[in-house]
Write a protein that binds this ligand. Structure first.
Ligand code: ARG
Length: 391
């Protein structure tokens, strides 16, 4: 039989897909779980489910380092945030697609399958990368059969698919954040139930004393927390823990999806919130006014490209090159205070700082204040002429 490689998480959608691909598409299913930092028990669950159902073959691919170094790092350098969401799910999708293509090539599969519904953004993100990097046929069983979540559950039950009594929410978790959708959260009239949050403490439970923390950056990337050097992946984990304990990083937004639908989306992104705040804080010290305007312009553009499934776009590559070039100067240290959901910047320093303490000081006598008079006379010349013409 022909083989298909299914991007597999062990959740309801992709588990149902295994049986659908066998039954309705007559294919042997190879499941591939790409580890971008979802909880260990989720990875294990995927393996167990694949084994229980008896798939042709199961792969578990550790892509955490690549995710941090080649994807999250770009999100950090670009301050990539879409409508308040630091793109944790969005950034992982192209990498997952790339890994699945590799397996499909190795296995001589005829197709690649994913479990996305026809309502979300992830179908675009997977398929745009698969189409731009391969010629595999793409199968999206849930979308193609127009299945609802309830229909999926019924199909699972009638086909002996083990359904774990896991969260009623649809969760997508990786090292950069946790996306929470579905159930009562779908309706913006409902408050988010407390149990939806796992990473970020409520203000009440958060630390009762402000916590001081320093972050060192090198060429746009955080390299140390509290003077302890660590890999980006460990640093993000640490940032998640510290910021989460201080109630930082709960995002509850009305998000505009690619398909035009508005959707209530909830995220826990403590580390991302802290790191991007620190990154931006240091940028103010290092870049010129014009460079900062450019960053303000490029940041949402970059975030749109990531959100809107345009990882393969030449503009994304062009921007990465220019951002990398600028960010080579973003080296320095920032100290912040975290307290019950708030972050305040305490100090910033950088060897590339454009701040001149001598010149800005009120005590400076070397730069004669009177020299500015000529500039002042010229400032607003055109406006002055215009105002006088009015009379
Ligand atoms: N709305 C987000 C995005 O498009 C997250 C989707 C997460 N999926 C989930 N099953 N919770 O990037």
């Amino acid at each position: 039989m022909d083989k298909v490689v299914l991007a597999f998480s062990g959740g309801l959608d992709t588990t149902v897909c295994i049986k659908l691909l066998e039954e309705k598409y007559n294919l042997d299913v190879i499941t591939a779980c790409v580890d971008v930092g979802q909880p260990k028990k989720e990875i294990d669950k995927a393996e167990n489910v694949a084994e229980k159902i008896g798939v042709f073959k199961h792969y578990n691919i550790d892509a955490k380092e690549e995710f941090a170094n080649d994807f999250i790092s770009r999100g950090i350098k670009a301050n990539a945030v879409y409508e308040g969401y630091p793109l944790s799910t969005s950034l992982a999708r192209p990498l997952i697609a790339m890994k699945i293509i590799k397996i499909a090539e190795k296995e001589g599969a005829v197709a690649i399958a994913h479990g996305c519904t026809g309502k979300g953004n992830d179908q675009f993100r997977f398929e745009s990368v698969i189409r731009s990097m391969s010629n595999f046929r793409i199968i999206a069983p849930i979308r193609e059969l127009n299945l609802t979540r309830t229909e999926e559950q019924e199909y699972a039950r009638s086909h002996g698919i083990p359904l774990s009594p896991d969260s009623k929410f649809s969760i997508d978790e990786n090292i950069w954040g946790r996306s929470i959708e579905g159930d009562v959260i779908e309706d913006p009239k409902n408050e988010v139930p407390k149990e939806a949050y796992l990473w970020v403490k409520s203000d009440k439970e958060a630390n009762n004393e402000p916590e001081k923390i320093s972050i060192d950056f090198e060429a746009g990337i955080p390299i140390a927390i509290n003077d302890e050097k660590m890999s980006l992946i460990d640093l993000i984990a640490k940032a998640n823990e510290i910021a989460g304990n201080n109630g930082i990083g709960k995002i509850d937004i009305i998000e505009d999806r690619m398909v035009g639908l508005k959707s209530r989306e909830v995220y826990e992104v403590p580390g991302a919130t802290l790191i991007i705040k620190a990154h931006k804080g240091l940028e103010g010290l290092v870049f010129t006014k014009d460079e900062l305007r450019f960053i303000d312009y490029v940041s949402p553009l970059y975030a749109d490209l990531v959100y809107n499934a345009s990882w393969s776009e030449p503009l994304r590559e062009d921007l990465d090159k220019s951002i990398d070039y600028m960010q080579r100067r973003l080296t320095g240290k920032i100290v912040l205070s975290l307290y019950k959901g708030h972050i305040s910047i305490l100090t910033r320093e950088s060897k590339f700082s454009l701040h001149d303490i001598k010149q800005i000081s009120f005590e400076d006598k070397e730069n004669d204040q009177r020299e500015i008079e000529g500039m002042i006379k010229h400032h607003g010349i055109q406006a002055a002429i215009y105002q006088k013409q009015k009379h």
